[in-house]
Design a protein around this ligand. Sequence first.
Ligand code: HPA
Length: 236
Amino acid sequence: MPTPHNNAKKGDIAKTVLMPGDPLRAKFIAENYLDGPVCYNEVRGMLGYTGTYKGVPVSVQGSGMGMPSIGIYSWELFSEYGVENIIRVGTAGAVADNVQLRDVVIGMSASTNSAYASQYRLPGTYAPTASWSLLSAAVKAAEEKGGVFHVGNIFSSDTFYDDADSLAQWQKMGVLAIEMEAAALYMNAARLGRNALCILTVSDCPLKGLSTTAEERQTTFRDMMEIALETAYSVK
Ligand code: HPA
């Protein structure tokens, strides 16, 4: 049944969904990587498509920016549409010194400054963690691809423009990169007993004042996409 945010009918969405933040990237992925893509959602322009990759059904849908947005879309995919696996594919800012522009970062865990976990009323601090099934498949795909990639803790921030300037402190704790969605996605997956992973390409280095061009972003985006699609294929 459609939700307030998604027009898809039950059965329209594959068991594995790739989620870029930008819905136009979802369109790009569907048109360039999937066979026979069919658009199942246009509500709020948050485009979603289902097609096949190497014969396996895969969907791709925008998540929007930030944890409230991915929190809504991923919750509905898991709970209303029976989705088993969500793989976020996005961009990130480098935090660790050895993470360079264009590198791929796979989020094993996601620290956060968000209050998202407060809804669970846990008597302690929850550690949002990727699912091993997806993480191990993605690492294997990244190894086979051969480019530079890192696996570890990422930081999901509520702010892009951060008055507190806290990145140096996250760097001291071994955080690899900053983005804005993974922690909520990992918590939704945990709460509903499903699987989630976040794969990122480094588009900028906020601590060093560097960023990639739009053209470079497109190319490095392809490496990440191919890792994500191979991951989707291996958990078919
Ligand atoms: N901060 C937050 N999210 C991001 C960044 C950043 O510097 N770069 C890409 N996504």
